[in-house]
Every structure is written in structure tokens, then in C-alpha cells.
Design a protein around this ligand. Structure first.
Ligand code: PAF
Length: 281
């Protein structure tokens, strides 16, 4: 695996791959890799001749009181995991390399970026779309592969790609879960044993809503009430949002049709976790 720390090196490697007629799949990550990330890499490996992974803990998507400083960083171990998956290219720039003069130029998907996580994490999605646009310019991949756990992120990136005419296919891969349903996340590393058990309530709340929907309940108010109620039963877990929205534009819906996105975010201790299901999938 070739590790590129500079934009120039990464561009050269990607250009060489394209000259060889190889199709390029990009998996953007912030490192602290787990099976969820590796499932994205494996999907990319199936369809693309060269797989590039980026590891960059992007400061512009963290709020001032968020976990940027303590976000798990595990570069050596990440490299070993990627070597095992036979990844060809790793882009691991420094903050100075990506933002040498700070940021005044932003890419913002207005309207969508304020919804779901965007409402409780102001500026978060603006940071995501700005860094992802930069990565797309540097790598110029044929496809970029993201996890469906960040469903709002996927919807916002798809809209950015459509509006800015990036020639990049966006592929979303299913959520990878622990045996008890907890969605894999780098932030699960913050949880102690008690919190780890409490965190199961996110998935339980989604399953409760899905069961009701499958039994015929389509009223969004009732479904949300049930989901929130389930979270409420785990007293030490603090709900951030529980919403049912259109999976593409993230607008709230009144009737829960097949394909609607049921999304939850909650604090377990100080750790904010998210999860979702798409109804009927
Ligand atoms: O999903 C993530 O890990 C990040 O938001 C991303 C897409 C790598 C941008 O920093």
C-alpha cells in the first residue's frame, strides 16, 4: 500500500492509476477503522481496480465543544487493517496540508445541512461537504463509498455531487452491527461497559418503529412517539432527535411510506451516537 501524505503525491498516484486504465474507488474515513469501514473497502475492491482510502480527522466538521481532540486515532493499526484488505493507496494528509491557510471557501448544501444532525451540530455538514469536495478534486475517483449509518451525510453528499456536477458515483453500504444490534462506530470506543449496554436502546427504538410500521401503522406522530418512548425507558440515555424523514431531501413526512428514513441520535453519557433504518428495506 502506497501511503501519500501530500496532495501532490496523491494526485500523481491517482493520475498514474487512471493512465493505466484503472477505475478508482475512494473510501473517505477519519480513521479508527472498524468492520464498518472494512465493509466499504471490500465493496470498493469488488468493482474498482484501485482502491484509495483517506484517513483525515477533519477539524472543520467538529463544533468548538465537540470531541476533535479526543477523537480516536490509531494510524498504525489502521494501516495494518488496510494492508490486509490489499488497499492500493492511502491518503493521510495533515491539517496543514488540507487547510494551509485556514478555510474561507466552503461548500454548503443549503437546506439539507441544517436538518437532523445539522440542527444539533451547526456547521457539521458544511465541514463534511467542504472536505469531501476537496477529496474528490484531489483523487477524482469514479466512485466514493460511504456508510448508510451516516444517512444524512449520504443524502447531502449526493445532492452536492448532483449540483456541482462531480463525475463521481456515490455508493452507500449497509450498516454493520454488533450481535446485539448496536451500529459500529468509532465513537463506541468511548463507552464503558454499562454505557455499552445502554447504547442498545437506539437499535431497540428503531426496531420498535419498524415492527409497528410492518404491522400497518403509517402515522408518523405515533411512530415517533413510540420510538421516543423506547429511548425514554433507558433513563440515562438523553435523546437528541428521533425523526422520520424523506431519505433524499431529509424533509419530515406525515405518512411513513416505504423508503422513509427513521433516524435517531442520542447521548449515552457524553457520547453522541446515531443510527437509522429505512422502512421496508
Ligand atoms: O463519515 C466520515 O467519516 C466523515 O464525515 C468523512 C466523510 C470522512 C468526512 O470527513
Amino acid at each position: 500500500m502506497k501511503i501519500c501524505k501530500t496532495i501532490r503525491e496523491m494526485r500523481e498516484q491517482c493520475e498514474a492509476a487512471r493512465r493505466d486504465g484503472k477505475r478508482l474507488g475512494l473510501v473517505p474515513t477519519m480513521g479508527a477503522l472498524h468492520e464498518g469501514h472494512l465493509s466499504l473497502v471490500r465493496t470498493a475492491k469488488k468493482s474498482y481496480g484501485v482502491v484509495a482510502v483517506s484517513i483525515f480527522v477533519n477539524p472543520t466538521q467538529f463544533g468548538p465543544n465537540e470531541d476533535l481532540a479526543k477523537y480516536p486515532r490509531n494510524f498504525e493499526q489502521d494501516c495494518e487493517l488496510l494492508e490486509k484488505e490489499r488497499v492500493e493507496l492511502l491518503f493521510a494528509p495533515t491539517v496543514e496540508e488540507m487547510y494551509p491557510q485556514g478555510v474561507v471557501t466552503w461548500v454548503t448544501v443549503e437546506g439539507l445541512s441544517e436538518k437532523l444532525d445539522g440542527s444539533s451540530r451547526p456547521g457539521h455538514f458544511r465541514g463534511v461537504t467542504t472536505v469531501v469536495a476537496k477529496l474528490f478534486h484531489i483523487v477524482q475517483p469514479d466512485a466514493a463509498i460511504f456508510g448508510q449509518k451516516d444517512a444524512a451525510q449520504v443524502a447531502i453528499i449526493r445532492r452536492m455531487v448532483r449540483d456541482l456536477k462531480f463525475a463521481v458515483e456515490i455508493v452507500a453500504c449497509p450498516i454493520v452491527r454488533e450481535r446485539d444490534g448496536l451500529a459500529l462506530s468509532s465513537r463506541n470506543a468511548y463507552l464503558d461497559l454499562t454505557q455499552r449496554r445502554q447504547a442498545q436502546v437506539l437499535y431497540r427504538s428503531l426496531m420498535r418503529v419498524e415492527e409497528m410500521w410492518e404491522a400497518g401503522e403509517k402515522n408518523v406522530t405515533k411512530l415517533i412517539e413510540a420510538g421516543r418512548g423506547e429511548i425514554g425507558r433507558e433513563r440515562s440515555v438523553r435523546l437528541d432527535y428521533f425523526e422520520i424523514v424523506d431519505a433524499e431531501n431529509l424533509d419530515t413526512v406525515t405518512n411513513a411510506e416505504r423508503g422513509a428514513l427513521v433516524a435517531v441520535a442520542a447521548f449515552v453519557g457524553t457520547t453522541r451516537l446515531i443510527d437509522n433504518v429505512v422502512l421496508g428495506e
